[in-house]
Ligand binder design. Structure first.
Ligand code: NCD
Ligand code: ZN
Length: 343
């Protein structure tokens, strides 16, 4: 197959930041995706409808002229979130979910929840008003090994959340383990998961073999090969519970190539191409369209897109960086050759 035309995809997990970084990255997403769920982990976090609408305006302003890209906003769940906030989100066409970050789990998550059961009344209201809960599923205990943090979160918190709120729509974001795949597969149809390109392409050796590779450091951290294989299987299986969410997370190059480098991989420059490569290797290119363009929209109760995009089997080399000298971002697969190109 030399070209592949699919309904335009959506990105169900995306970081675009603000200001100069936003201006540098947003066109990459808008050229391929119709919509994206925008993460609220700004500094300060997006915790109210008003802040989310302001942020949405800023994103719309940053878009290339004539772009039809639509940002789907989310609110950051904190210990201060109220039932009234939930009702406002339910009534808003622009805001689509709450994001739960365990406090300290990842980039800009200090304002997150430090006692999950304390927000149960809010989850109750979300269930009642049909507002999805998006979860960064990792525990933050210092004594929990970083490679076990997702599995332990599922055992310790997610199992109970699902039991207490059986009708709550939940997306376990950026799943990275066999255990997470199994949990989602065996849960009811209102539990789904996003899968990133980096977790499909790489196992943990990519961070550590031959030197430390800060551009492969993201959270949840890359896991062993058996987990990557479980993710590839889930993504290419045609199971509607698994859909595309890049978790593209731009950080300035010098802050990643640092004694304490920050977490996040930038993939928006080549997201659909990166997924296509994985699906092709599995002989599952026929499953890419539903994973990228149908299942997420269906889960969120939004219409499927109508336009199409076309990918061509054509080698191209990813640039070493994007942006200008003071806003330099190193993309995933920098200086490497990709097999598919969006045309
Ligand atoms: C994300 C970021 O940089 O905002 N980083 C990451 O490693 N994935 C936050 C997140 O989704 O955890
Ligand atoms: Zn993220």
């Amino acid at each position: 197959m030399n070209t592949l035309t699919i309904i335009q995809p959506d990105d169900w997990h995306l970081h675009v930041r603000t200001g100069a970084i936003l201006n540098t990255v947003i066109a990459h997403t808008a050229r391929q995706f119709k919509r994206a769920i925008i993460m609220p982990n700004l500094k300060p976090p997006v915790t109210s409808v008003e802040l989310a609408l302001n942020y949405r305006d800023e994103i719309l302003q940053a878009l290339p002229k004539d772009s039809e890209f639509e940002p789907l906003m989310t609110l950051y769940l904190t210990n201060q979130t109220t039932v009234d906030d939930v009702k406002k989100v339910a009534a808003s066409d622009a805001i689509h979910a709450f994001k739960l970050y365990p406090a300290g789990a990842t980039t800009n998550s200090d304002a997150g929840v430090n006692n999950v059961t304390a927000v149960y009344p809010i989850l109750e209201a979300m269930q009642q008003h049909n507002v999805p809960l998006l979860i960064h599923g990792e525990v933050t205990d210092e004594d929990c090994d970083i490679f076990d943090r997702e599995r332990v979160f599922i055992e310790r918190y997610l199992t109970d959340i699902v039991k207490q709120f059986p009708a709550l729509k939940i997306v376990l974001e950026h799943v990275t383990t066999e255990e997470a795949v199994q949990f989602v597969e065996s849960a009811s149809s209102n539990i789904a998961a996003t899968i990133t390109p980096q977790h499909l392409h790489y196992n943990r050796n990519a961070i550590l073999v031959g030197g430390i590779r800060p551009h492969h450091y993201c959270l949840p951290i890359l896991k062993r090969e058996k987990h990557r294989l479980a993710l590839v299987k889930a993504a290419t299986s045609g199971n509607p519970k698994f859909f595309l969410g890049t978790d593209s997370a731009p950080h300035l190059t010098h802050l990643k190539e640092n004694a304490c480098g920050c977490a996040g991989c930038y993939s928006a420059h080549a997201a659909i191409e990166l997924y296509a490569e994985v699906f092709e290797k599995e002989n599952a290119l026929d499953k890419l369209e539903a994973f990228a363009s149908f299942y997420g929209a269906d889960f969120y109760g939004l219409p499927r897109n109508k336009q199409t995009i076309t990918l061509e089997k054509q080698n191209w080399t990813v640039p070493a960086s994007y942006g200008e000298s003071d806003i330099m971002i190193t993309p995933l697969k920098a200086n490497e050759t990709l097999a598919w190109k969006l045309i």
